[in-house]
Design a binder for this molecule. Structure first.
Ligand code: MLT
Length: 398
């Protein structure tokens, strides 16, 4: 008989956000009258920017004509989009990259999950706790061993630099789920650790567009030496409302090398191209045209105004939860607010209470790892009026 990949036995039974969706569906079935406000999964609700919509309409029209039709795109993504990323996202930070360092994808989730394909499962992986569950689940699927790096209020949810040698470290800032940001000094400590130990940092900066504090780094490559030790993941999902369109990119600097196992070195850029050209056929031409429009002056203005809207919603959430007597953090340079459950009750117990008594869906902190126990995550992506109503309902039951 064929054997299943037994690593799957190490995973939680269901992916966190599917687990929540199933629980909410079961509740709705039992209480069809319930008016549920969803603030669990970080899915955007504001429409795409007009500049993006125009560009995608135009791309569809091109594909409707034989002379301008587009089939398979280049394996790294269209050159014009990769150049726009280098110019629009990195040059203003003083970071020198070229289009050859960039790989377009269908969103950061795929690449953060797939990147392990090019690394040996002998590597010891360090993952922060609490954490976006994709890093843990995908590393478990491949049989990697994981060490958890505890993130808490004392270390500003940025983890203490390990005393042992970890081969791969996943970092995400602005952070999902805690909404915390990392200072330049602390990020430098992580980069120095990686350079000293020959480690590789997987830096997920999918939420960088929410940073408003000028002192907070947007990219790990703002730190000297990071191009030799880090891969960075970016996404148009939260930046420009592409959760349904699908487009993002990964930066694998050409100077980034790892051991070839024979005393030599091998560049990850070429390996990732080999992997992608074999297993991935690119984000659609239409999505990439939409993404390009993000870098136009109108596109930039429009996406900034949408993110400002979410940040103001985040401020309202934080303030309301504080008024309700709960400790609430994050949400200043990130779309997530991380709050403590009342009276020390468990995250899932509070999740059930909020759903049952207030009809509000949040994400239980323990779903992001044991260190999230006693906390819950709430997103600022819901409609403003619905958010205000959710806050009123929460205040009433506390
Ligand atoms: C979340 O809620 O954590 C995110 O929406 C998940 C994702 O971006 O894949």
């Amino acid at each position: 008989m064929v054997k299943a990949n037994l690593n799957f036995a190490k995973l939680p039974q269901r992916y966190l956000f599917l687990d929540i969706a199933k629980r909410v569906a079961a509740f709705s079935e039992k209480h069809p009258e319930a008016d549920i406000i969803r603030m669990g999964i970080g899915d955007v609700t504001r429409p795409l920017a007009p500049a993006v919509i125009d560009a995608m309409h135009k791309a569809v029209d091109e594909c409707a004509d034989k002379s301008t039709f587009h089939g398979y795109g280049p394996e790294r993504g269209y050159q014009w989009l990769r150049e726009a990323i280098v110019k629009g996202d990195y040059a203003p930070l003083g970071v020198e990259l070229t289009a050859e360092d960039i790989f377009i994808n269908d969103g950061a989730k795929s690449d953060t999950g797939n990147i392990g394909d090019i690394l040996s499962s002998d590597n010891l992986v360090g993952i922060t706790d609490p954490v976006y569950p994709v890093y843990v689940d995908t590393n478990l699927m491949r049989g990697f061993n994981i060490k958890y790096i505890i993130c808490n209020e004392e270390n500003g949810f940025t983890g203490d630099i390990p005393t042992e040698k970890l081969d791969i470290v996943y970092l995400c800032y602005p952070n999902n789920p805690t909404g915390a940001v990392i200072t330049r000094d602390k990020l430098k400590k992580w980069v120095d650790y990686a350079l000293e130990n020959g480690s590789l940092i997987m830096y997920d900066s999918a939420y960088e567009a929410f940073i408003r504090d000028p002192l907070i780094p947007h990219s790990i490559y703002e730190i000297e030496g990071a191009k030799k030790c880090a891969i960075e993941f970016r996404s148009f999902s939260k930046t420009a409302g592409f959760t349904g369109v699908r487009c993002g990119y990964t930066v694998v600097p050409r100077e980034l090398e790892v051991s070839d196992g024979n005393g030599g070195k091998i560049a990850l850029n070429g390996m990732w191209e080999r992997r992608q050209s074999c297993k991935f056929n690119g984000a659609s031409y239409i999505s990439q045209c939409g993404a390009l429009a993000v870098y136009t002056p109108e596109g930039q203005k429009q996406i900034r105004s949408t993110i400002d809207y979410y940040l103001e919603t985040a401020r309202i959430i934080r303030q309301s939860l504080n008024e309700a007597g709960l400790k609430a953090l994050g949400g200043e340079n990130a779309p997530y607010i991380w709050a403590q459950t009342p009276g020390g009750i468990s995250s899932w117990e509070f999740f059930d209470r909020l759903l049952g008594e207030a009809g509000v869906v949040v994400t239980p902190g323990s779903g992001f790892g044991p260190a999230g126990e006693g906390w819950f995550r709430i997103t600022s992506f819901a409609d403003r009026q619905r958010t205000i109503e959710a806050m009123e309902r929460i205040k009433k039951i506390l």
